[in-house]
Design a protein around this ligand. Structure first.
Ligand SMILES: N[C@@H](CCC(=O)N[C@@H](CS)C(=O)NCC(=O)O)C(=O)O
Length: 210
């Protein structure tokens, strides 16, 4: 029995929910309300000492219970435990696996933060925006758009050819930016096709608000 502790708008939780859906795994969802600081309650800190969602609990019975936190570690755990369909290139292809992990890491460490900052500044009335924060966020988002366009060149459907954990990491914030009216670069044809494919993918469509 799988249990996921999550908050609907968290992009890291969304990344994990995409992977769960891709693998067609049923799970029980518990919403940890970050607005009420429920992540700081002792029962949750006992699951994740860093008080962050998502957390996955995989429980066969009381004696066999695995608690995993951090979306990247959760997704790797799911890949190990439930290998079909594969969301990483095959174990023999170390270079391709490393590339997928690097892209996932870039999404988590640079893109998600920049996209969040861009969206926060974007919704403010013009006079209240922090121009420096906006510029830095926009530069990083533009760098990401350029990176994705390059990675998808040559007719690739997804970043690793077939859908992988790297796509699950980019999809939530990429689609939210587009939904909120952030323009993709002129001429970024591969990226536009990618956004359309992600938007139509069943595992992504199940997320709220994209
Ligand atoms: N590296 C973590 C980041 C998770 C994260 O930042 N979660 C945020 C919500 S999107 C959170 O729970 N913040 C609450 C807190 O830090 O107290 C992951 O990939 O799971």
């Amino acid at each position: 029995m799988l249990k996921l502790y999550d908050y609907p708008q968290c992009p890291f939780g969304q990344k994990t929910r995409i992977v769960l859906a891709e693998k067609q795994l049923d799970y029980e969802l518990t919403v940890v309300d970050l607005r009420k600081h429920e992540q700081l309650e002792p029962w949750f800190v006992a699951l994740n000492p860093f008080h962050k969602v998502p957390v996955l609990v995989d429980e066969d019975d009381e004696d066999h219970r695995t608690v995993v936190y951090d979306s990247t570690v959760i997704d790797e755990y799911l890949e190990d435990e439930y290998p079909e369909p594969a969301l990483l290139p095959p174990p023999g292809d170390s270079a391709a696996r490393a590339r997928v992990r690097q892209l996932e890491d870039y999404a988590d460490m640079a893109f998600v933060l920049a996209a969040g900052n861009l969206l926060t500044e974007h919704v403010k009335p013009e006079g209240e925006r922090d121009p420096e924060k906006l510029r830095r966020a926009k530069d990083e988002v533009d760098r990401t758009f350029a990176l994705l366009e390059r990675e998808l060149a040559g007719g690739k459907e997804y970043l690793a050819g077939s859908f992988s954990i790297a796509d699950a990491a980019f999809a939530p914030r990429l689609l939210l930016l587009v939904a909120r009216g952030v323009a993709l670069p002129e001429g970024a044809r591969a990226l536009r096709g990618y956004v359309d494919r992600l938007r139509q993918r069943e595992s992504v469509r199940r997320l709220d608000g994209l």
